[in-house]
Structure formats: structure tokens, C-alpha cells
Design a protein around this ligand. Structure first.
Ligand SMILES: Cc1cc2nc3c(=O)[nH]c(=O)nc-3n(C[C@H](O)[C@H](O)[C@H](O)COP(=O)(O)O)c2cc1C
Length: 163
């Protein structure tokens, strides 16, 4: 197993599906982030949008990883796009622990054709070195498989350089 960690939040399963496939392809550890806030139905949807706009949000629930975050060669962080931002759960994680991430890559999943790449720079505010590479995926779109494979290509290239 590589020392790669995939961490993600997913409300409706798109980011979960993508991150599980990426973790399997890279033989990586995978951890789901949660904040314990109810987010189903239209009330949950509204709450997600409101939370995405806020700068402070509920802390993520405790999670376990096999190593300390700073001891992974690569941490891949997956989030849905909410109102042009990363999900509040991933923002919370970044606020709490982003300073520990040495090498980080982002996977964002989105519903629109807009690639929403400004989200990367928003997330970079919380990590010391910024992101190494990133992918913007729309599950079910024509180009989805291509872009996911392109993300994996970048990941393998990065890991080869790290060895
Ligand atoms: C509150 C809310 C806001 C959203 N805002 C955007 C947006 O600004 N741009 C976009 O492309 N998709 C937006 N979406 C769609 C999600 O990013 C997309 O469906 C994503 O793949 C969901 O991931 P998940 O199934 O892992 O929760 C939004 C979804 C929610 C719930």
C-alpha cells in the first residue's frame, strides 16, 4: 500500500463514488469526513448552501487514520462544490488540520458545466504549500471517465517523483 490517504465528504454519493475508485486505483487508505449535521431533503440542501457561505462551521467528527497526516506522501481531499465553494465539512477539516498537509491534491465534484476551479485557490488558503494537482469532475458527464483517468495520471506521476 502506498502512503496515500484519500479523505472526502459526500452528501449524495458522487464524491464518495469517485474517491472510492481513486483510492482503489492508487491502493490508498480512504476516510470519510462527517460533521453530524442533518443535510438530507430540501432543508438540508438549503443548510449546505448557507454553511458554504459561512467562514466558521461545525467541526468535523473525530476520524482515524493509520498514520499522522503529515506522514503521508500524498493526501487527496474530495469535496462537492457548494455555491461555488468547497463543502463546509471539508473547509472545517482544512481549518482544523490543513496546516499538517505536506502534499495535497484536490478532487471536486460538481453539477454544472463550469469547472469551478476557483475552489482550489479557496482551499489553498488553509494548506502551507498549496495543492500539487487537482481534478474537477462531473459524475455522469460525457468526459467524466477521461478526467478521472487524467487525475490518476497526475497522481501516479507525482508519486513516482516522490520516490
Ligand atoms: C447546496 C448545494 C450547492 C451546490 N452548488 C453547486 C455549484 O455552485 N456549482 C456546481 O457545479 N454544483 C453545485 N452543486 C452540485 C454538487 O456540487 C454536485 O451534485 C456534487 O457532485 C454532489 O456531490 P455529492 O454527491 O458527493 O454530495 C451544489 C449542491 C448543493 C447541495
Amino acid at each position: 500500500m502506498h502512503d496515500v490517504l484519500c479523505m472526502y465528504y459526500s452528501r449524495t454519493g458522487n464524491t464518495k463514488q469517485v474517491m472510492e475508485e481513486i483510492a482503489q486505483a492508487l491502493d490508498a487508505e480512504i476516510v470519510e469526513l462527517r460533521d453530524g449535521v442533518p443535510r438530507s431533503g430540501w432543508r438540508g440542501w438549503l443548510r449546505c448552501g448557507m454553511d458554504a457561505m459561512r467562514k466558521s462551521c461545525a467541526p468535523v467528527l473525530p476520524f482515524e487514520t493509520q498514520r499522522r497526516l503529515e506522514n503521508y506522501s500524498l493526501v487527496i481531499l474530495g469535496t462537492p462544490v457548494w455555491a461555488g465553494r468547497c463543502s463546509s465539512i471539508v473547509r472545517s477539516f482544512l481549518q482544523q488540520r490543513g496546516g499538517k498537509l505536506k502534499n495535497v491534491a484536490y478532487v471536486i465534484t460538481r453539477g454544472s458545466e463550469d469547472r469551478c476551479e476557483e475552489v482550489y485557490e479557496q482551499m489553498d488558503r488553509y494548506v502551507p504549500n498549496g495543492h500539487r494537482f487537482a481534478g474537477s469532475l462531473r459524475v455522469g458527464s460525457v468526459g467524466h471517465a477521461f478526467w478521472q483517468e487524467e487525475f490518476l495520471r497526475q497522481a501516479r506521476e507525482f508519486l513516482e517523483q516522490e520516490q
